[in-house]
Design a protein. Structure first.
Ligand SMILES: [Zn+2]
Length: 218
């Protein structure tokens, strides 16, 4: 029997809710970029907001289909880096040792909670411990999130300064067995670690309560 227009519509909506269909991108992306993409806000961010830098100084790169990467300034020998955002890249594959629902490129609502926790911990630390204000979180388009910090002090940090912030945010180092059990040591924990544990506890409790309410846990 032929499906009614409403049934087809419902089918399309359901398909979007379950996962994304790359075949739709060629139709949907032009609509998104002409109607919905916040280009004014985006350009303001690229020009560094209240103390604008010329947009023409920006290096823009593009990733095309099949991971073709275009970076025009590579061919310019006179290009010098004046400033760049402080960027953190969180990828769900970093959690493959501890997530049990998915592995590698696969992502679901359950393991996405790891990203929610990571964002919350890093965001609070960047604000409260380092005093950064201009923080933008961007979905990477696949299985991760990027954090861009655009404060003047962040954009002009040298490489050792960037590495020091990354070290400060790093509690454990990866390893086959190391990540499955974390010993936080004594009660004399650094305040940033105590804050992180409290964020994890709060979000975990929220997830547990929601699961109880929806009947996924008995
Ligand atoms: Zn999952």
């Amino acid at each position: 029997m032929a499906k009614s227009a409403n049934e087809i519509k419902r089918g399309i909506v359901k398909k979007h809710a379950v996962g994304h269909d790359e075949n739709l991108l060629s139709d949907m992306l032009p609509v998104y970029y002409t109607r919905y993409f916040p280009q004014n806000i985006f350009c303001r961010w690229l020009a560094c907001g209240n103390s604008p830098q010329p947009l023409s100084n920006r290096e823009l790169s593009f990733t095309l289909a099949d991971d073709v990467y275009i970076r025009p300034s590579i061919s310019r020998h006179d290009a010098v880096v004046l400033a760049r955002e402080l960027v953190f890249d969180i990828d769900l594959t970093d959690y493959d040792e501890v997530r049990t629902c998915c592995q590698e490129a696969k992502v679901c609502d359950k393991c996405w909670k790891f990203m929610v926790i990571a964002c919350d911990i890093i965001h609070k630390s960047l604000k409260d411990d380092f005093g950064f204000q201009n923080i933008l979180w961007v979905f990477s388009g696949r299985r991760g999130i990027h954090c861009w910090v655009s404060d003047y002090e962040a954009r002009t940090l040298d490489s050792p300064g960037r590495a020091a912030i990354a070290d400060y945010l790093c509690l454990i180092i990866g390893g086959d067995n190391q990540n499955k059990k974390v010993h936080l040591g004594s009660d004399n924990l650094h305040s940033s670690i105590r804050r992180a544990v409290s964020i994890i506890d709060n979000i975990s409790m929220m997830c547990y309560t929601r699961s109880r309410i929806s009947g996924n846990i008995t």
